[in-house]
Design a protein around this ligand. Structure first.
Ligand code: CA
Ligand code: CA
Length: 164
């Protein structure tokens, strides 16, 4: 019995340490749309050339976790820690369970292919650390997550899963 108590205390202490290291991840908002994950570091060597670069391999995936509510992305806003901002200006419907990949670079936005391009060839998400903010059209916060390459990406593949 005494051994079990010690183990439970150790687990609790570890949880508290993790929350303290990344306080933004503790926040949960009343929102159907949340961040499924992010490829914050595009595979290969970063190049922001619009013609030959790999900015389109850097993407943020936003998913509709509601079981019943369909959400239009129009008016939703994504920001990073530095204040760089992207607004979904066109209608793009997310049914329950549906998702969209917000990719860098230029391309054809497609509801069927679950993709929207930022139409900007510069990288948005820092490779060392950053914070991802998602806002509803009303301006209230839908989701936020902070990451560091060393602390959030154990396998080092440039991708981090949040709500899965
Ligand atoms: Ca990046
Ligand atoms: Ca990873």
């Amino acid at each position: 019995m005494r051994i079990r108590l010690v183990a439970a205390t150790a687990v609790a202490a570890g949880t508290l340490t993790a929350l303290a290291a990344v306080p933004a991840q503790a926040a949960e908002y009343n929102s159907a749309l949340k961040i499924r994950g992010i490829q914050y570091d595009a595979p290969g060597r970063d190049s922001n050339s619009c013609s030959t670069g790999n900015t389109d391999e850097e993407y943020l995936t936003i998913k509709n976790y509601s079981r019943s509510t369909t959400v239009n992305l129009k008016g939703y806003v994504v920001k990073d820690a530095a204040g760089n901002k992207f607004t979904f200006t066109a209608s793009h419907t997310l049914q329950p369970g549906d998702y969209v990949k917000l990719r860098g670079g230029n391309g054809s936005d497609s509801d069927a292919k679950n993709v929207v391009y930022r139409d900007n060839c510069n990288f948005m998400w820092n490779n060392d650390k950053d914070t991802i903010y998602v806002y509803k059209p009303s301006g209230s916060r839908a989701d936020v997550h902070s990451y560091t390459k060393s602390g959030s990406d154990a396998d080092g593949n440039g991708y981090i899963t949040y709500h899965g």
